[in-house]
Design a protein. Structure first.
Length: 252
């Protein structure tokens, strides 16, 4: 068996966007891939493209996560690669932010990463091998107005990444964060809709405003993030741990 065919990769938020791109990239190497997400129909449609397994999981719910990972292991063996990609963003000024929005952003973006990582970390350490890759966003490296809850959660993900990397450094398990800038996904498309609605700009103007922070003046492609994740999964990336790798056109 090749190095890649021995791996079982779980990708959360794997039904669309960045997660689907990552899942496809990993599946092409011969890895066994399990997609996790909340929407069964979207999971099935994406899984059909890559011959992947699926588990319907809300990463913010401990019982859901425990059940989903147990079923994934039963189907495809121990998880050797975990990509914590599931996430969500909502906008609000800080003064008008509801407690519900704050708690929701931490639940899916930070607690979800914690719960999924907790599900695999002991088995990886015991096996002496593992790759944990957190999709953390440039919002883990800098602040953005009107998404303070999201930024706080993503900064937390980066802190978790760095701490866990040190704990696992001698156990053959690496922990890294990939930090994309604004990426050409449905999430960013919804952000454009919000800008258009609130400012009266047309969509082209809204896109120009959104990509202004990227020195290359464009949206990041999901495939660029997927390639970075694949590199971190490779056998020659064993010394890369505790890092925040920006895929952002020079923004940070």
């Amino acid at each position: 068996m090749s190095y890649y065919s021995k791996q079982h990769a779980v990708v959360t938020g794997g039904a669309s966007g960045i997660g689907a791109a990552i899942a496809g990239q990993l599946a092409q190497t011969g890895m066994r891939v399990t997609l996790m997400g909340r929407k069964q129909e979207r999971l099935l449609a994406t899984a059909d493209r890559f011959a992947a397994a699926i588990q319907q999981v809300d990463v913010s719910k401990p019982d859901d996560v425990q059940r989903g990972f147990a079923a994934a292991v039963q189907m495809n063996g121990p998880v050797t690669i975990l990509v914590n990609n599931a996430g969500a963003v909502e906008t609000s000024t800080f003064a008008k932010m509801s407690d519900e929005l704050w708690n929701a952003m931490l639940a899916v973006n930070l607690t979800g990463t914690y719960l999924c990582t907790k599900s695999v970390v002991e088995s990886m350490a015991e096996a002496g091998f593992g790759r944990i890759i957190n999709i953390a966003s440039t919002a883990s490296l800098k602040g953005y107005a009107y998404v303070s809850a999201y930024c706080a959660a993503k900064h937390g993900v980066l802190g978790l990444t760095r701490s866990l990397a040190l704990e696992l450094a001698r156990k053959g398990v690496t922990v890294n964060a990939v930090c994309p800038g604004y990426t050409d996904t449905a999430m960013v498309s919804r952000s454009l809709d919000t800008i258009v609605e609130r400012t009266g700009m047309d969509r082209e103007q809204a896109l120009a405003e959104l990509v202004r922070s990227n020195p290359q003046g464009r949206l990041i492609k999901p495939a660029e993030i997927a390639e970075t994740v694949l590199w971190l999964c490779s056998p020659n990336s064993a010394s890369i741990t505790g890092q925040a790798i920006a895929v952002a056109g020079g923004e940070v």
